[in-house]
Design a protein around this ligand. Structure first.
Ligand code: ATR
Length: 290
């Protein structure tokens, strides 16, 4: 990397920020596509007004936003892309003449991964395990597809109810009343009583995350028999207990690594108005698995 006076600066704000993989991914992309840019982490102090003004004044062309600022940053933006607005979370800011514009590439990244894996959600019963920020993004991605139903399963039902409410509002605004009636909220215990199967299940809790690799949010074998495709948003370990159970019951399982890479790729493409080639995605994956 040869940083000079013309080098474009990108970065990520969050707190904590030490664990972030984004600089690693973005700097590989810049080198691979030959763009003179550098991506750096910023541990931000929570003063959203001054953080945004400072980044803008310094001409930082693109910013990723992570926990705990994905929602808090929104009032500082000049514009927010529609789905990001509905979810109430942005993870990508693009510098424009008028101010920063916000996007949610967590959703775009997952969508891109599903397309690349040849997974269609059309006419599928989707099960979402968890009701935190990640689950909310996944729920909105699914609501934009022709799914048959969405079932949100969480220990704290009120949080799942809140996602359902936002989804229903979104679907009514889109005129999709039939899906609005097929959004369910329940506990893992209640899910056991459900008859249908053919699930595409998204594991969006942090249960099973390294180092607690032996944990799993649902241990019930009967559930996994109903899962055809299981996607765990966790990528450390590379094969979670959830994925193991899905595969043992005959389903296909994926971890969250590609989703992470694609959300970065989508941000990069928004900032630079380019298409990142698939080979670069493969290269990043290879380096991350080393
Ligand atoms: P993120 O932003 O990554 O989604 P989060 O907002 O903290 O993280 O959400 C974590 C999710 O994991 C929540 O759905 C949480 O359940 P609660 O809403 O009931 O807290 C879920 N979770 C965490 N630990 C859990 C556990 N031991 N058993 C079941 N669910 C758990």
């Amino acid at each position: 990397m040869n940083i000079n006076g013309k080098t474009t600066v990108f970065g990520i704000i969050g707190d904590p920020i030490e664990h972030t993989m984004s600089p690693f991914i973005h700097n590989i992309i810049s080198r691979a596509v030959g763009i003179d840019a550098v991506y750096v982490p910023f541990r931000a102090n929570g003063d959203m007004v001054n953080i945004t003004k400072g980044l803008y004044a310094l001409g930082v062309k693109g910013i990723n936003v992570t926990v705990p600022y994905k929602t808090k940053i929104i009032p500082q933006l000049y514009m927010v892309e529609e789905v990001a607005q509905r979810i109430g979370a942005v993870n990508t800011l693009k510098y424009t003449e008028e101010g920063y514009k916000g996007y949610n590439t967590d959703i775009l990244g997952l969508d891109r991964e599903l397309i690349k894996e040849g997974i269609s959600l059309d006419n599928r019963n989707v099960v979402i395990l968890g009701a935190g920020g990640a689950a909310r993004a996944v729920a909105f991605m699914c609501a934009g597809k022709a799914v048959s139903s969405i079932t949100i399963v969480n220990r704290t039902l009120a949080k799942a109810e809140s996602i359902k409410e936002s989804l229903v509002e979104y679907l009514i605004a889109k005129g999709n009343f039939s899906l609005g009636e097929k959004i369910y909220v329940m506990t893992a215990e209640e899910l056991k009583q459900r008859g249908e199967g053919g699930y595409v299940a998204f594991q969006c809790t942090n249960v099973g995350l390294s180092p607690k690799v032996d944990e799993c949010v649902i241990c019930d074998e009967a559930f996994y028999e109903k899962v055809e495709i299981g996607i765990d948003l966790i990528y450390k370990p590379a094969r979670t207990r959830f994925m193991k159970y899905v595969e043992e019951a005959g389903g296909r399982a994926f971890n969250g690594l590609r989703m992470l890479i694609y959300q970065a790729v989508c941000s990069y493409e928004i900032w630079n108005d380019i298409k990142v080639p698939d080979e670069v995605v493969g290269l990043i994956e290879e380096k991350m698995l080393k």
